[in-house]
Each structure stands twice: as structure tokens, then as C-alpha cells.
Design a protein around this ligand. Structure first.
Ligand SMILES: Nc1ncnc2c1ncn2[C@@H]1O[C@H](COP(=O)(O)OP(=O)(O)OP(=O)(O)O)[C@@H](O)[C@H]1O
Ligand SMILES: [Mg+2]
Length: 347
């Protein structure tokens, strides 16, 4: 095998093992080398790009300009751009190929898909924005009432008590918010290993009904629990399962008017244990329904806030259930009530 052929073989082995798309052009902007990833990016068949100049290919506007610039100036350039027809964002790096005497013999363009990283950045900054907003609201209110008290309202006993009660509930909201955020992040980061054991969900439901007893009687709600005898066990982390049931029941209690009814059902369907919680509450509109599991989403911000809600309860439910390999469901009709459900694989 000649040295040239060997070089070419080595080169194409290197190029084909790269995760980036590569286009090498000569000094007249003609493509002389490429790899599979680049062909996929531009949706062309193998070998189609070779020998072509950029001006003859669609979708290359930005790269063409960059390559043209590099061939002229000999200076490398970077950019991030959307390459049609994709919706992906690529980081493009174009560097000159220089000869021994410093002449510009061509250029190499390397294209890396950075869509996931950018989406992640966007999600993270949206999340930080939401968190800051949620923290600032109760803080602003606490600060306002403390200032009013210090300005003289504390001399008036009734006012003092009223404002301190508000400060107390806002502080409670702040600490719940932080607790919920910590729960979310500990499930997400998997720093707390899940302790899966075979459990009977009916036992957990009774346990949670006991915990929530005072809230239920305070609103004179009627709660029925209907479950199949000999219900299959599920593999779950007991604390996390309790948290799921508490969050769902807490909502059913909060969003159902006094004297309403809450019906909990556990049954087996297609090798899954499904538990649903149906209330006779206000219900959720069709537009809001797909969003209720999003972080911080509240159908009625003011009302939820009055109730001390953070809008994180259902996103925690979804996270926990999905990390168990289970699924969440919701159905609702405005004015009639809602049904939230969780299903786990039956043992
Ligand atoms: N059973 C329900 N009936 C009517 N609306 C509900 C019900 N459960 C949840 N929602 C709506 O979905 C939103 C999101 O619920 P989620 O539990 O995530 O937050 P929250 O209850 O407002 O706050 P938190 O659970 O942190 O106290 C609620 O604000 C409420 O508007
Ligand atoms: Mg809730």
C-alpha cells in the first residue's frame, strides 16, 4: 500500500470515529474530505459532498461565509448557529490549513451539536428565575410587614397580632418552598439512594389518612377508601411513597370545598397497581391540565398561595413515581372534581 493511501485510510478512520461533523475544503472552497456525521447533518448520501463547493449546496449560508473569511484572513473563527433543516444548534469552528510558507491552503470546519447543552442551560436559568421569584414574593411581604410594625404598628395590639400572623405564614411558606426544592434536588441527583422494599400500598394509604386526619375533619370531608382484597405488592421506597400520597391527598383536601367527598381506590390493572384519588372539588380546566405536573405551575396562583402552596407538590409526585418506573395520570372536569392517579408495577 502506498504511503498516500495509508494516510488517507488513517485519516478517514479518525474522521469516522469523531462525534463532530467535519468538512475540509481546499483553497477554492471545494470540499475534499468529510465524514458520516457531516453528511448526516446536511442530510446527504455518502460521498455527495465531495468535490462540491459550498455555493452549490443549500443550507450552508453561515458556514460558507465563515469558510470564505478564514480562507481570506487565515484566522480561525467560532460561532453557534442553527443549521436548517434541523432545529439543532451547532457550534461551528473553522480553522485555516496553512502550508510551510504560511500560505492558506484550505480550511477545516468542525460542527458539534450543542442543542442538549443549550436546552439544559435554558431550563436551568428558567428554573433559577422561577425559584428566585418564588423566594422573593414571601420575603418582600415579610419585609413590608416588619417595616410597618417598626414604624409604629406594633403599638397597636390587634394590628401587631395580625401582621405577625401573616409573617408567620409567609415564613412557613418559605421554609416549605426550600424543603420541597431540597426534596426535588435529592431525588434528581440520586444522592439519597432509594430503599426499595415490597410494600402493600393499602397500608401506606391508611397510614397517610391517619396523618392527614386533622385536615380532613377540619373541612368536614368524607373520605372513602376502596381497595381490592389481596392487592399485589409493589416495590417502593416507603418514605417516598408516603410523600406521593400525602401530596395528592393534600391537594384533594385543599382544592375541595367543605363537606366534599374524596374517594381513593386501589386496584390491579395490566400487571400494575393503580391508586386514584378522586375529589369533588373545583376541578382543573382543559388548558391547565397538561401543565399541573410542571414545577411551580398553579392554576390559580393567588388561591394556591393563600393556602401556602408552592406549586411543587405535583412535580415531586411525578418525579418520585417515575423514578420507581411508575406513571402518573390526571383527569378533571371544572366544577365537578379531579382524579389524580399513580400506577406502579405489581410484584
Ligand atoms: N385535586 C385538585 N383539584 C384542583 N386543582 C388541583 C388539584 N391538585 C392540584 N391542583 C392544581 O394544580 C396546581 C399544582 O399543584 P401542586 O400540588 O403542584 O402545587 P400546590 O398545591 O399549589 O402547592 P404545594 O403542593 O406545594 O402546596 C395547584 O396549584 C392547583 O391549581
Ligand atoms: Mg399541592
Amino acid at each position: 500500500m502506498t504511503e498516500f493511501n495509508q494516510d488517507k485510510k488513517t485519516m478517514s478512520a479518525i474522521l469516522s470515529s469523531m462525534a463532530e461533523g467535519v468538512l475540509v475544503v481546499d483553497r477554492s472552497s471545494r470540499i475534499i474530505l468529510t465524514n458520516k456525521v457531516a453528511e448526516n447533518i446536511f442530510l446527504v448520501r455518502e460521498g455527495v459532498l465531495l468535490g462540491k463547493t459550498f455555493s452549490r449546496l443549500p443550507h450552508y449560508g453561515r458556514i460558507r461565509t465563515m469558510v470564505g473569511g478564514v480562507l481570506k484572513t487565515g484566522k480561525e473563527v467560532f460561532t453557534e448557529t442553527l443549521i436548517r433543516p434541523h432545529t439543532q444548534i451547532f457550534r461551528v469552528h473553522v480553522a485555516p490549513i496553512k502550508g510551510d510558507n504560511g500560505s492558506i491552503d484550505g480550511a477545516v470546519a468542525v460542527l458539534r451539536d450543542v442543542t442538549d447543552a443549550r436546552n439544559f442551560d435554558q431550563m436551568r436559568s428558567a428554573f433559577v428565575g422561577n425559584v428566585s421569584h418564588e423566594l422573593r414574593t414571601p420575603l418582600t411581604s415579610i419585609k413590608g410587614f416588619v417595616e410597618t410594625l417598626l414604624d409604629g404598628a406594633m403599638e397597636n395590639n390587634d394590628l401587631c397580632r395580625r401582621f405577625l400572623t401573616i409573617i408567620d405564614s409567609e415564613t412557613y411558606r418559605l421554609s416549605r418552598l426550600i424543603e420541597d426544592l431540597l426534596t426535588l434536588s435529592s431525588i434528581e441527583s440520586k444522592e439519597r439512594p432509594m430503599c426499595l422494599i415490597p410494600l402493600c400500598i393499602a397500608k401506606s394509604v391508611f397510614n397517610v389518612l391517619n396523618i392527614m386526619g386533622p385536615q380532613i375533619s377540619e373541612k368536614s370531608l368524607r373520605v372513602d377508601y376502596i381497595y381490592e382484597p389481596n392487592l399485589a405488592y409493589i416495590n417502593a421506597d416507603e418514605d417516598l411513597l408516603n410523600q406521593v400520597l400525602i401530596n395528592l391527598l393534600d391537594n384533594a383536601i385543599k382544592y375541595t370545598p367543605r363537606k366534599g367527598t374524596i374517594t381513593i381506590r386501589s386496584r390491579e390493572r395490566d400487571s400494575r397497581v393503580v391508586t386514584t384519588i378522586t375529589d369533588t372539588g373545583m376541578g382543573i380546566s382543559r388548558e391547565s391540565l397538561p401543565r399541573v405536573f410542571e414545577r411551580f405551575y398553579r392554576v390559580d396562583k393567588a388561591r394556591s398561595r393563600d393556602q401556602g402552596g408552592t406549586g411543587l407538590g405535583l412535580s415531586i409526585v411525578k418525579h418520585i413515581v417515575e423514578s420507581h418506573g411508575g406513571e402518573v395520570l390526571v383527569e378533571s372536569e371544572v366544577g365537578k372534581g379531579s382524579t389524580f392517579g399513580v400506577s406502579f408495577i405489581a410484584l
